[in-house]
Design a protein around this ligand. Structure first.
Ligand SMILES: [Zn+2]
Ligand SMILES: [Zn+2]
Ligand SMILES: [Zn+2]
Length: 380
């Protein structure tokens, strides 16, 4: 794999690259800066301030353009490579075409980055810039038209907020995140189908909750569904279901609700014959009671869900009695992650280890135990 790190001055790119090199056998690849690229990244003051990490640049891993870097890594993609030399969108375009590339951005509050830069200046016996000078230089670095890095940061799959006060707490946060999880590059089947269920959920028109569902047989999608009013009727979000459009509490007044659930729509679409006895139902939310009995009746053999729902215990009981396997799967975390939150990062299922065979999976063998954890009960 190849990890590209981009971000603001003193956000922590080099520290993260060093962590990957020291703890996860990554090797660094360098891209030579050409005249068109902004030189401001080397220093936020007019004097050159060494980062402390660029000690020895290996000439054999230094490339004059992105194509030759990619040619090199493509032949060795199963090894681990990291670069902090990402200057522009053209470079990102070229890198993101390859299936082994992961773009990670790093950011930190400007006051924290200024403090780090002052420390770096002090250790090199250089006069640090004032906060105002640093802010102006940072604005140029991030937002200057055509060369600012903010557009690249926006494209990162994973965005790290690194306000950690020490290298050891940074390492703890990174360890918990498991950046080398291959599922970040190519989703596992569970992740793939759960993301399809999430996509289906975005088509929902029910005012109460976004739910999406995918039914899969032998790794092939046989139907999808989302919740909303039946065909031919006014959509729920246009007033079609009076119950969903008033402020009734979740789970109350179901008997007067006109909306079909995502699972019901997927089951109706697939039909019992196509479902057979080897189908898995993926749903972004744990099925409700009435869906559970229908899922059981049509012969679904396994249900995988991401988020809990208020009736998980009863649902688990129905599936346990009828022999339907139930498990929870949470994909690896993407988007903004605050590294200073420590090992749990506020989401226990992000904590995957290299040795875990089924990352993110929880077998719901004892639903009681599962429900005791805050992570599984979603407030309505
Ligand atoms: Zn509705
Ligand atoms: Zn309704
Ligand atoms: Zn339901």
């Amino acid at each position: 794999m190849l990890i590209g790190l981009c971000g603001g001055i003193c956000a922590g790119k080099s520290s993260i690259a060093s962590y990957l090199i020291e703890d996860h056998q990554f090797k660094r690849v360098h891209l030579v800066r050409d005249v068109a690229t902004p030189a401001v990244e080397n220093s936020a003051s007019n004097a050159h301030v060494p980062s402390g990490y660029s000690s020895s640049i290996d000439a054999t891993h230094t490339f004059s353009d992105i194509d030759s870097l990619l040619d090199f890594v493509t032949l060795r993609w199963q090894e681990r490579w990291v670069t902090t030399d990402i200057w522009d969108e053209k470079t990102v375009d070229a890198l993101q075409r390859r299936p082994f590339f992961l773009l990670i951005s790093v950011d930190a509050p400007v006051s924290v980055r200024w403090q780090r830069f002052q420390d770096r200046c002090a250790s090199n016996k250089l006069m640090p810039p004032t906060l105002e000078e640093f802010v102006v230089r940072n604005d140029e670095h991030l937002y200057k038209p055509a060369t600012g890095l903010s557009a690249l940061i926006e494209r990162a799959q994973l965005k790290l907020l690194n306000s950690t006060a020490s290298i050891s707490s940074l390492h703890r946060g990174l360890k918990a995140l498991n950046l080398t999880n291959e599922a970040r590059l190519r989703p596992s089947w569970d992740q793939y189908f759960m993301q399809l269920a999430d996509l289906a959920a975005h088509r929902c028109n029910c005012m109460k909750r976004r739910v999406g569902c995918v039914i899969v047989r032998e790794k092939r999608v046989i139907s999808t569904g989302y919740n909303g009013t039946p065909r031919g009727m006014t959509n729920c979000n246009e007033g079609g279901c009076p119950r969903c459009n008033n402020a009734s509490a979740a789970g109350v007044g179901h008997s007067t609700c006109l909306c079909l659930h995502a699972e019901e729509n997927a089951l109706l679409e697939a039909g019992r014959d196509r479902i057979g006895d080897k189908s898995t139902l993926y749903c972004n939310t744990c099925p409700c009671l009435t869906c559970s009995v229908k899922i059981t009746q049509v012969g679904i053999s396994e249900v995988v869900y991401n988020q809990g729902y208020i009736v998980d215990t009863q649902t688990a009981k129905i599936f346990a009695e009828s022999g339907v396997r139930l498990r929870q799967f949470s994909p690896p975390r993407e988007g903004l992650v605050d590294l200073s939150l420590g090992p749990s990062l506020g989401h226990s299922h992000d904590v995957d280890t290299d040795s875990t065979a089924q990352d993110g999976n929880v077998e719901v063998a004892d639903i009681r135990e599962v429900l005791d954890s805050d992570n599984f009960v979603r407030p309505i």
